[in-house]
Design a binder for this molecule. Sequence first.
Ligand SMILES: *Cc1c(COP(=O)(O)O)cnc(C)c1O
Length: 372
Amino acid sequence: MEKWRKLMQKSLTTVDQISKALDLPKDELAGLDKVFRIKVNPYYLSLIKKKGDPIYKQVIPDQAELKDCDLESDPLSEEADSPVPSIVHRYPDRCLFLVSPECASYCRFCTRKRKVGDSQKISLKFIRQGINYISVHPEIRDVIISGGDPLMLSDKQIELVLSSLRKIPHIQILRIGSRVPCFLPQRVTTKLVRMLKKYHPLYINVHFNHPDELTPEAYKALGRLADAGIPLGNQTVLLKGVNDDPAVMKLLMQKLLQARVRPYYIYQADMVFGTEHFRTRVEKGLEIIKALRGWTSGLAVPHFVIDAPGGGGKIPLLPEYVKSITDEEVVMRNYEGKEFHYRQAGSQSKPRSCVQEILAEMLIAENDLTFN
Ligand SMILES: *Cc1c(COP(=O)(O)O)cnc(C)c1O
């Protein structure tokens, strides 16, 4: 059996197993396996240094999950944009294609809790419907293969999905959204990568939330994907107690670039039931962007977005760099807070006499150079 499958088999999936492995009081996790599936594989478990650290918080359930049941089960109103169970079609030219209910570990802040982990709701049996839908919608040129985690399927199943999509003439690019390179980098085998690269142009968006997740194993997996010519992006969720700190985010983004991953989005946490304890104020995300832009490589600066409740899609938020825009000029602030002016095209330029003055000054300077 492949190494990653063995790791998956050894995953902790019950409250009892987790309490025992982490030496937690017996009732601390009571009732939590009823809300949303638990799975922590031994690799990701090994990254936990102590109770309540950023790795722990992402996968070990907490009593707070039971407390805020007034939040939504479908915060992004995906069901309203779901013509068949495996498709979410919200934007004009692209759609989500949900192909696998499984993940390599379950994020406690999952936005798709209502479906993820449930093989009745996301399953290969819906694949044919999804392929049919995409094939009769020629406006779709970009398919985002997601779930659950598509890379939890077997190589053969993944290839079935990719090859079916590649037969549709209007599909230009394929994207896979996966947390496998973070949760279970051992899954990124040379065999898997050899298969994936037959289906270019193929992009992969990975999901890292903390610099401690960029282990030597993760670097190796990401390197393999990059070597196969797969452009890699990263989506991070802004989470209280995990990465709501500009220094942590900066380190994360810099480490991702070293692994040849381009930071793509930072998401404000969605309003999913049982996740209130993860939400930060929106200003925190703006503060993080401000701490990145200008202070480190532009490549390390992702878009900060809120996926709008009610199905509005992703909306970018930026700190206030623009102070005013008039017909004459734009007044703006740079990353250090200093003010700068830019004259609008077509607004009054310097008067002619001024230009002559400048030319005269230049002439003097030239004479100085010649005769001194
Ligand atoms: C995020 C998302 C996409 C992809 O959006 P991009 O900005 O193109 O990455 C497509 N469909 C849905 C429903 C999404 O939530």
